[in-house]
Ligand binder design. Structure first.
Ligand code: GDP
Length: 289
C-alpha cells in the first residue's frame, strides 16, 4: 500500500522525463518542500544531487531516483536509531505534550517489548489527570503488562516513578516504562517535574532512554516544541507518531537534523501493533518509492 506521506507520486512525472532538465530540479525541490523537509534541507539535497549528476555525467532521470534514495538514506543514517536497553531494569521515561500520542505509544512499546519476550511494567506518573491513569491502565492490560498507579490523585509524579522502578527491581522485571505529564501551559513547572522524576528514579537505577514523542502532523512546529524538552529533560531519542495520517514524511528527517536527536520509533496507526523501530533504508524506500 502506498504511504500517504510518500513523495513517489510527486516525483513520478519527473522520473518519466527523457532527460534531466532545469525543470527536473525545480520539481524535485518543490516535492521535497511539499513533503515537509523544510526549505534548507530541500535546497541542500537538490544542490548535492546536481553536483553528483554533473560530476558523473548522468542524464537518465531513473538514475536520479536511485541517487536521491542514496542521498536521503545517508542523511537519515547519520544518527543511530537503536534503543539502548541493556540495563536491568532498563528505565524508559516517555515525555511530550498532551495529545501527541504519548499514552498510546507507551501501550504499543510495552507490547513491542513484551512480544520480544521482555517482562514490562508501566508507571502512571501523569498523576493529575485521572483519565490519563485509566487510559494507561487500559493500554497496559491490552499489552498484557503490569501497571503501577498512583495511590491517590495528585500524588507526586516522582514518587510514582520511584515505585515503578522499585516494582521492577523487586519483581525482576526487565523493562520499566514511565509515563509523564504533558501540560504545556506550565512549561517551567513541567520541566522541573521531569527533572525531579529523573533525579528520584536515578537514586534506584540509571535512566536508559528518555523518549520524546512528537506528532508528525505538527510539521515544522514540532521542532520548536522539541527544543524545550531537549534542553531540560535529557532526551535520548524521538518517537514520531501519526505518520499514517496526512503527515509529510520529510518532517522525520527535518526534526532529526534540527534537533540532533535520533529517531528511534515511528507510530503509524492507533492500534497496539502500529509502532516500529526506525529503519532508514525502509523509510526511504517508502518515501521515494
Ligand atoms: P497523549 O495525550 O499524548 O497521551 O495522547 P494519546 O495517546 O491519548 O493519543 C492522542 C490521540 O492520538 C488518540 O486519539 C490516539 O489514538 C491518537 N494516536 C496516537 N498515536 C497515533 C498514530 O500513530 N496514528 C494515529 N492515526 N493516531 C494516533
Amino acid at each position: 500500500m502506498a504511504q500517504r506521506w510518500s513523495i513517489s507520486n510527486a516525483l513520478r512525472g519527473m522520473f518519466q522525463r527523457e532527460t534531466i532538465t532545469e525543470e527536473t530540479w525545480e520539481d524535485l525541490e518543490t516535492a521535497l518542500i511539499t513533503a515537509d523537509f523544510g526549505p534548507d534541507i530541500a535546497e541542500e539535497v537538490v544542490e548535492a544531487l546536481r553536483a553528483d549528476v554533473d560530476r558523473l555525467v548522468v542524464d537518465d532521470p531513473r538514475e536520479l531516483r536511485r541517487m536521491l534514495r542514496e542521498t536521503l538514506e545517508e542523511r537519515f543514517a547519520a544518527y543511530d536509531p537503536t534503543l539502548t536497553l541493556q540495563e536491568r531494569p532498563a528505565v524508559i521515561l516517555v515525555v511530550g505534550v498532551n495529545g501527541v500520542g504519548k499514552t498510546t505509544t507507551i501501550g504499543k512499546l510495552a507490547r513491542l517489548l513484551a512480544s520480544h519476550g521482555q517482562s514490562v511494567v508501566v508507571g502512571a506518573a501523569d498523576t493529575f489527570r485521572a483519565a490519563a491513569v485509566e487510559q494507561l491502565a487500559t493500554w497496559a492490560q491490552r499489552a498484557g503488562v503490569e501497571v503501577v498507579r498512583p495511590e491517590r490523585e495528585g500524588q507526586d509524579p516522582a514518587s510514582v516513578a520511584f515505585q515503578t522502578v522499585q516494582r521492577a527491581q523487586a519483581g525482576g522485571i526487565a523493562m520499566c516504562i514511565v509515563d509523564t505529564a504533558g501540560r504545556l501551559q506550565t512549561k517551567g513547572g513541567l520541566m522541573d517535574e521531569l527533572g525531579k522524576i529523573r533525579r528520584v528514579v536515578e537514586k534506584l537505577a540509571p535512566v536508559s532512554e528518555v523518549l520524546l514523542v512528537l506528532d508528525a502532523t505538527t510539521g515544522q512546529n514540532g521542532v520548536a516544541q522539541a527544543q524545550a524538552f531537549i534542553e531540560h529533560a535529557g532526551v535520548t531519542g524521538l518517537v514520531i507518531t501519526k505518520l499514517d495520517g496526512s503527515a509529510k514524511g520529510g518532517f522525520v528527517l527535518a526534526v532529526q537534523e534540527r534537533t540532533g536527536i535520533p529517531i528511534k520509533l515511528i507510530g503509524q496507526g492507533e492500534g497496539i501493533d502500529d509502532l516500529t523501530g526506525f529503519t532508514p533504508h525502509v523509510f526511504v524506500e517508502q518515501l521515494v518509492g
